[in-house]
Design a protein around this ligand. Structure first.
Ligand code: EPU
Length: 416
């Protein structure tokens, strides 16, 4: 199994280009199923979760052509509505197939994703929402079996603002009969982006990116072309790595607009930030950052997907701070690994109390999920000596060429 070896060697310096956002690309790929006409997508990130999503589309009968930057999906000859456990369990975003399959083909047979390293991650909101649109849904042998002759518009209020449940319902409602009003929606920027694609396919959507989204159903949708927006979490991850190593980097091809909260926290930690329309420079003047309190919450507040990276930053910062995880019940698996590198972190339920250490020590550690891996990479860059990170496939699920990008900014990093 592949590992990554990192030898801490001081500040990251230089430039890095950001890829398209994985969590924006996944709903876009699922949305291709809503139309019989082709979808062309550019700025697709070269990450494993996208490979898995495209493999799933292939099983359904879609034709997929991919070049390094562009993707072409032809859904004209779909012959299956079955998404098997073997693939869904490796990529929970596969639940996004449920809404589009049901809306266009009147049925879907999608595996329940099961638990994962960050929590139990139920899908009850997806199911309740689709039932409100008139779907008949049963759970049989670990699969969600959904049927509806044609979905009907309805008023549905989410109990919890879920990102993928909002995306699933918005997609399903585009082809429903009548108007759907969704309340207490998630407001993450990926939802606004999905709505822009759906609108260019002919959907009628208002309010996407706010807590109330209204969708007026149409008979059919057309093909479209779309560019995936930059990955805000990849952007935040590199900036946090630069802060932890007392570096000076410029992140290119990004969008600072969706990162206000994270950038504010990095400034609070003592880093200087300069912004352009599509770039962000972070520099520390060679100084050690201060530990900052972090409290994860739905967008526009501090993202859970940046919590692990800030845990690593705090572990090498001056002073102490708390990190509170409010979205997922078990998203602290990286703490035990950071402790193996000498981090001083005490866990009290959903709160981690981090006392910064001047240096961490390299150690063999194990990645447990995508963002936990990113946190270990940051800690390793800021540690003395060599760290080997096992189970690197977690990292490759969401970061394209992270080793090459870090090496170009001076990191001593290699795959072994
Ligand atoms: N929840 C329920 N029932 C549901 C759905 C969600 O109780 O039916 C709960 C979850 O357990 C969690 C909260 O609602 O406590 C929010 O979860 P959400 O559904 O918003 O998460 P998600 O849609 O499964 C997406 C991202 C995650 C990101 C979260 C939160 C994609 C493909 N995934 O997941 O990304 O952490 O939103 O922002 O968009 C990652 O990229 O590393 C990642 C895990």
């Amino acid at each position: 199994m592949e590992k990554i070896s990192i030898t801490g060697n001081g500040p990251l310096r230089g430039e890095v280009r950001i890829a398209g956002a994985k969590n924006a690309a996944l709903p876009i790929i699922a949305a291709s199923l809503l139309s019989a006409e082709p979808l062309q997508v550019s700025n697709i990130p070269g990450v494993r979760d996208i490979d898995t999503a495209l493999q799933l589309l292939g099983l359904l009968g879609c034709k997929v052509e991919r070049t390094p930057d562009s993707l072409f999906i032809d859904t004209g000859e779909v012959h299956s509505v079955y998404a098997p456990y073997e693939l869904v369990k490796t990529m929970r975003g596969a639940i996004l197939l449920l809404g589009p399959l049901l809306a266009r083909f009147g049925e879907a047979d999608v595996s329940l994703p099961g638990g994962c390293a960050i929590g139990s991650r139920p899908v009850n909101e997806h199911i309740a929402g689709l039932q409100a649109l008139g779907a008949e849904i049963t759970i049989e042998a670990g699969y969600i079996k959904a049927k509806a002759r044609r979905l009907r518009g309805a008023h549905f209020t989410f109990d919890i603002p879920s990102v993928t449940a909002t995306e699933n319902l918005v997609m399903a409602a585009t082809l429903a009969e009548g108007t759907t009003v969704l309340d207490n929606c998630a407001m993450e920027p990926e939802i606004g982006d999905l709505a822009r694609l759906l609108t260019s396919m002919g959907a009628r959507i208002q309010g996407a990116g706010t807590s109330t989204v209204t969708i007026e159903g149409v008979q059919s949708l057309s093909g479209a072309s779309h560019q995936v927006p930059p990955d805000r979490i990849e952007t935040g991850t590199f900036l946090t790595a630069a802060a932890a190593t007392r570096g000076d980097i410029t992140v290119l091809d990004t969008n600072p607009d969706f990162l206000h909260f994270v950038l504010g926290k990095l400034e609070q930690a003592g880093a200087s930030i300069e912004l352009g329309p599509d770039w962000i420079r972070l520099h520390t003047g060679g100084k050690r950052c201060r530990a900052v309190h972090v409290n994860t919450a739905p967008y526009p507040a501090f993202p859970t997907d940046m919590q692990a990276q800030f845990m690593a930053l705090n572990a090498v910062a001056e002073g102490s701070a708390t990190v509170v995880e409010n979205i997922f019940e078990n998203r602290f698996m990286h703490v035990a690994e950071l402790q193996r590198m000498g981090a001083d972190i005490e866990l009290q339920g959903h709160t981690a109390i981090v006392k910064g250490r001047e240096r961490l020590q390299g150690a063999p550690v194990m990645a447990t999920d995508l963002r936990a891996s990113a946190s270990l990479v940051i800690a390793a860059l800021a540690a003395d000596g060599e760290t080997t990170i096992d189970r690197v496939y977690h990292l490759d699920r969401g970061y394209a060429n992270i080793d090459r990008k870090l090496a170009a900014m001076g990191a001593l990093i290699k795959r072994v």
